[in-house]
Design a protein. Structure first.
Length: 498
């Protein structure tokens, strides 16, 4: 796949129209492999947020979308999925150029994303209420589920299209309208997606995109009185600020935040499979995933053997151009993140952890000027060290030994986060016990990094609030209304509760 060579200039998408931001300003988006700008992104501000929320509000409150039958909504979602499948190559290339993820991974994601629109399109006309056999005479009582309203969808830079899809598909199926704010580092693919939204035939204002920075766009959006619900994916600090804003007028809120997920390797595990699973958990996507399995808890009896095998495999990782089919580990997406990963590596060294692999920028010719860091492993880590407690969001693994199963569960749970965990064992009793004892939203046993449109995804503790994916996800975009209908003759004593 080839790169876009000349500078591409994007526009924002508000009320079904493409246009300049109110400021007239643009900022550069940088290709992480070339470390060179490749696109200009509109620098929106509160004025554009006002316009986008007004457009979404109008589309929600009146007009074609508001009165559209849910079956038709479902058709539109499925049509969008078809268009994404048609343009998957192009969208994948844009994503790779903007965030440096491997083309092979992005092409796979783009082939899979249509399933979200298909699945939630199918759910759009199956949002059913219930009749309550109420304990009062002459009363018919039922519930209905209505769209929550105008949604602010805020996404991070690591998987822009996938994480936007996790919000857009259920929100649209529920009948909401949306203002999307992608990360300032990776806005291009979300704007490309809007071209397909337009082509699919969604009414104007149902989907809007405002691009720019957290303080200039994210804050006005999250504090806007016209927003009913915020669906946020990003870091814990930003998530906390968003939650404060949401609390001002009790906006509905889902948060998908970070993680420090543990991979537990028990002595009875198939070690070769476990090695592959742990490599995939921390070095796939260059460790820049919320579900990175960044803490390896390995039983003392197999510690050295496992580590030797692990290093042997991790050392073979081919780094380089993410567009190339040969590449296995791409660059860090942003320069600030590159600096942060390097500073976490220094922090681990200063804490006394032993660097047994990598631990430095990758100075390989095939890495060019990109922001590459060698796959890095620290042994002799104590779980109380900052390197074991804080999210790095990069290719850095901390290895911690354990002797007893209870100790492994306690170590795994001794974290402010609870997004995911991996368990490697051939003992069914141990697998079930681990699944019960581990405090995380997703437990993978003898596998890792599997996601599906059918499965709920989200975090315990500081990893977030709410779930995306599966039938639960649509509930996050609905309000329940309870309707009471009295069909008796005489209203009873008005001074007594019925
Ligand atoms: P970030 O928090 O810096 O930014 C996320 C988004 O929030 C961006 O669009 C940003 O502009 C916006 N933002 C920043 N400050 C804001 C504010 N005050 N108000 C409103 N919006 C604001 O995160 P990031 O660096 O882009 O992404 C990395 C983080 O995302 C990691 O911590 C990672 O674990 C997390 N993440 C979580 C999941 C999950 O599903 N749990 C998935 C992917 C990434």
């Amino acid at each position: 796949m080839s790169r876009i060579q000349s500078m591409k200039k994007y526009q924002c998408f508000i009320g079904g129209c493409w246009g300049e931001p109110a400021s007239g300003d643009y900022f550069e988006s940088v290709d992480p492999f070339l470390a060179k700008p490749w696109a200009l992104i509109p620098r929106c501000d509160a004025r554009d947020v006002d316009a986008a929320v007004a457009a979404a509000r109008t589309a929600f409150d009146r007009g074609e979308w508001a009165s559209m039958h849910p079956s038709r909504r479902g058709q539109l979602l499925r049509r969008l999925g078809e268009l994404i499948a048609r343009d998957a190559d192009r969208l994948a290339s844009v994503e790779v150029q903007d965030n440096g993820k491997l083309y092979a991974e992005m092409r796979g994601q783009l082939g899979y994303i249509p399933h979200w629109f298909d699945y939630f399109g199918g759910l759009a006309d199956k949002i059913e209420g219930s009749v309550i056999p109420i304990d009062k005479p002459d009363m018919f009582t039922f519930t209905s589920h209505e769209p929550v309203g105008v949604v602010a969808a805020i996404t991070p830079w690591n998987s822009p299209l996938l994480l936007a899809t996790w919000k857009l598909a259920p929100a649209l199926a529920a009948g909401c309208t949306i203002v999307v704010k992608p990360s300032e580092f990776t806005s291009a693919s979300t704007l490309e997606l809007m071209k397909l939204v337009d082509e699919a035939g969604f009414p104007a204002g149902v989907l809007n995109v405002v691009t720019g920075f957290g303080p200039e766009v994210g804050e006005p959006l999250t504090s806007h009185p016209g927003i009913d619900k915020i669906a946020f994916t990003g870091g814990e600090g930003s998530g906390r600020r968003v939650a404060h804003k949401a609390a001002q007028n009790f906006k509905r809120l889902t948060l998908e935040l970070g993680g420090k997920s543990a991979q537990l390797v028990f002595p009875d595990a198939d070690l070769d499979n476990a090695v592959k699973g742990v490599v995939s958990g921390i070095f796939a996507a260059t460790g820049q995933t919320c579900i990175a399995g960044s803490r390896l808890l390995v039983h003392d009896s197999i510690h050295n053997e496992f580590l030797d095998k692990f290093i042997e495999l991790a050392s073979t990782a081919r780094m380089g151009d993410p567009m190339s089919a040969e590449t296995q580990v791409g660059p860090i997406t942003t320069q600030p993140q590159y600096q942060r990963v390097l500073s976490c590596i220094e922090m681990a060294r200063a804490e006394g952890a032993e660097c047994v692999l990598g631990g430095k920028p990758a100075a390989r010719p095939e890495c060019g000027d990109g922001w590459f860091i060698e796959p890095t492993v620290f042994a002799n880590v104590s779980n109380s060290m900052r390197i074991a407690q804080e999210e790095v969001f990069g290719p850095v693994l901390s290895v911690i030994g354990f002797r007893e199963d209870d100790e492994a569960y306690a170590l795994a749970n001794d974290s402010p986060y609870g997004l995911a965990a991996g368990v490697w064992t051939n003992d069914q009793r141990r697998a079930f016990t681990a699944a019960k004892r581990l405090r995380a939203g997703t437990i993978w046993t003898n596998t890792y990094r599997a996601v599906s449109y059918m499965a709920p995804f989200g975090g315990f503790k500081n990893s977030g609030i709410g779930r995306e994916g599966g039938q639960e996800a649509i509930q996050e975009y609905l309000e329940t209304k309870c309707v009471w209908m009295f069909y008796g003759k005489d209203v009873s004593n008005p001074f007594v509760m019925r």
